[in-house]
Design a protein around this ligand. Structure first.
Ligand code: XMP
Length: 329
């Protein structure tokens, strides 16, 4: 077998050879493991000729921007520009309810912001950035383009994921994909060697369109995003406190645009429902719902109703994939 230390050294040498001494490289950080490890590796090879961008699209989880920026800057010393584009995304998404249209709008807006970033950088440097880093993994490569004779066929686009291939067409950047021969567990190992914090490497995956696929319907309705953030934080924190975070593939709250009747104190209420989803999986392609202890669920449900204004009911998703998908949209 190959040792990860050797893989790292080889990759760093490949990048040093590829990127000329006056070339600049850009990278979009999503806050996920793959782009973070890829950027850290490239940073090790070429230093601050790497320029990263992190976009706050207004669809992030509770304190997500602060948390990931702190990892990028304090732990990894990555050169990152944080762009707060919440208003831009949310105004485009206002009134949009179709899940695929939501994804398309988010993907398109992201590309526009990334383009702006590249142009600004060009003005600053006096030359175009030449390369783009992507955290593509081996499974992404075989899924989007199965090797001939592999017997694998293109899977139907059930949902349009925008983290593979969705890039500006006229940007003419050469790709650096340092993880493209690796599987997820190998990327985590590489991340460890690069001093990416363990807790960060073990984070559950989070979809590119963020809370837009977890707030059903119009993401700008009322305080749906805020409700989702608060309920999600309570749920995920309880999972961490119970010591079961690493046994779960993904866990999150969804906002249901449904009002139900409840009674809180002496008051009759007419408030929203929050759904909880937690799954186990090997690869996200199939999944089982996680079997919590009833006491755990009881505590989480109480905590959400007592602390999240506008919610009087909590339901648990007990569907596997298939027939349901992991996300609700
Ligand atoms: P589904 O809902 O398709 O999810 O069963 C499978 C895995 O993919 C994630 N997911 C996405 N990731 N952009 C992403 O980057 C997307 O549009 C998207 N939709 C789903 C989901 O969180 C799960 O890990």
């Amino acid at each position: 077998g190959w040792k990860m230390e050797d893989v790292l050294e080889q990759e760093i040498n490949v990048i040093k050879d590829l990127v000329g001494p006056n070339d600049h490289v850009i990278c979009a950080l999503s806050g996920g493991v793959d782009s973070t490890v890829a950027a850290t590796l490239v940073h090790k090879a070429i230093g601050d000729r790497l320029h990263c961008i992190f976009v706050d699209n207004g669809l992030l989880r509770y304190k997500e921007r602060e948390r990931v920026m702190s990892t990028f800057e304090s732990d990894l010393h990555l050169p990152v520009t944080c762009v707060d584009a919440s208003d831009r995304f949310l105004s485009k998404l206002k009134g949009v309810t179709d899940p695929e249209r939501k994804r398309k709008i988010i993907g398109g807006e992201f590309i526009a912001i990334f383009d702006d970033f590249a142009v600004e950088l060009e003005h600053k440097l006096g030359k175009k950035p030449a390369f783009l880093v992507q955290g593509t993994l081996y499974p992404d490569v075989i899924e989007s383009c199965p090797p001939p004779g592999s017997g694998r066929t293109h899977s139907h686009t059930i949902k349009s994921h925008h983290n593979v291939g969705g890039l500006p067409k006229d940007m003419k950047l050469k790709l650096i994909e340092p993880l493209k021969l690796l599987f997820k567990d190998e990327v985590r190992e590489l991340g460890s060697i690069l001093n990416v914090p363990q807790a960060f490497l073990k984070r559950h995956p989070f979809p590119g369109p963020g809370l837009a696929v977890r707030v059903l319907g119009d993401v700008t309705q009322g305080n749906a995003l805020e409700i989702t953030r608060q309920a999600d934080e309570i749920f995920v924190q309880a999972i961490k406190d119970a010591g079961i975070y690493d046994s779960i593939w993904q866990a999150f709250a969804v906002f249901l645009p449904v009002l139900t009747v409840g009674v809180q104190g002496d008051q009759r209420t007419h408030s929203y429902v929050v759904g909880l989803r937690a799954i186990t999986s090997e690869d996200g392609m199939t999944a089982d719902w996680y079997k919590f202890q009833s006491e755990f669920l009881d505590n989480v449900s109480r905590k959400i109703c007592n602390n999240v204004r506008g919610v009087n009911r909590v339901v648990l998703d007990i569907t596997s994939k298939p027939p349901a998908t992991v996300e609700w949209e």
